[in-house]
Design a protein around this ligand. Structure first.
Ligand SMILES: [Zn+2]
Ligand SMILES: [Zn+2]
Length: 115
C-alpha cells in the first residue's frame, strides 16, 4: 500500500507529496496537494499573470508600463484600469518592510566591557 497524505487545500486524501528542497518549514517537510488543487493553483497563477514587485505599474493584460506610478496614492485597488488597453486589474502597492533591532541600553549588565 502506498502512503497517503491529506491535501492541504481541500482535505481529500492524495498520494502526492512534494518535499521542500530547503528542509522543513514550520515543522513540515513538504506539501501535499491533490492533483485537482495543484492544477487549479497553476491555472489561477497562469491566469493572474502577476507582475511581481515591479517598480512601475505594469498591466498584466498588455504589458503597458505606467510611468506615472507614483501618482497612485492608495494601498490597494481592485478596479484599476490600464490607461492603454482599459482592462481592469488588481493593483496592490507593496511597501517593503525591514526591521532593525538592538539591545536596550538599560539591560546592559553591570561592569560589561565589550565582547
Ligand atoms: Zn485538494
Ligand atoms: Zn493594458
Amino acid at each position: 500500500m502506498s502512503e497517503m497524505y491529506t491535501c492541504e487545500i481541500c482535505g481529500k486524501p492524495t498520494p502526492n507529496f512534494k518535499p521542500w528542497t530547503c528542509g522543513p518549514i514550520a515543522g513540515k517537510l513538504g506539501r501535499s496537494w491533490c492533483d485537482d488543487c495543484e492544477e487549479k493553483f497553476e491555472r489561477e497563477h497562469a491566469w493572474e499573470n502577476e507582475q511581481w514587485h515591479q517598480e512601475e505599474i505594469t498591466c498584466p493584460w498588455c504589458g503597458y508600463v505606467d510611468i506615472d506610478s507614483w501618482e497612485f496614492e492608495g494601498e490597494y485597488d481592485d478596479k484599476y484600469e490600464c490607461p492603454r488597453c482599459e482592462k481592469p486589474f488588481i493593483l496592490e502597492r507593496v511597501v517593503d518592510i525591514t526591521y532593525t533591532s538592538k539591545r536596550r541600553i538599560e539591560d546592559m549588565p553591570e561592569g560589561w566591557e565589550g565582547e
